[in-house]
Design a protein around this ligand. Sequence first.
Ligand code: FE
Length: 180
Amino acid sequence: MIDADSERTRRTFLRGLGGLGLGLAAGAIGALGWPDVRQVLARETKEASDMFEVTKTDAEWKALLTNEQYLVLRHEQTEPPFKNAFFDNKKPGTYRCAGCDLDLFSSQHKYDSGTGWPSFWQPIDANAVRTKTDYKIIFPRTEVHCRRCGGHLGHVFEDGPKPTGLRYCINSASLKFVSA
Ligand code: FE
């Protein structure tokens, strides 16, 4: 597991309960001495909105970003493979967040995964991105987002090359490339 932090796993579980509308089951857990799930969810909703240095309203993001950037960064859409700006970009340089300009990935860690999306075996530094578990396609995947603005970037999988064994599969639309 990439995100082995048990607290986060527990939160994801609780969030999953909320998302499935299992208020009754959650209430039963509450009666057995777990924290009340409604209080946990209320607190986490507040944490989620307080969590990022750069925050904007949906309307502000929409005005700032192109349509593709907006759909990927703010609504977790995925662009088509092989039809995006950077999957085959081999130039040296830095990939910044298209939402807030934070440096996220370096050409030094980019490789050709054959997937049709820009792929990196690590972020530019350990603090550039954050992850959370995503259940959009039923089985869990690890979603990757910008540490500073929370913009959705893509996913990370454990089938990458050495030395990390990780594959950060990133949407070009979430990135701006700056040549070295
Ligand atoms: Fe950002």
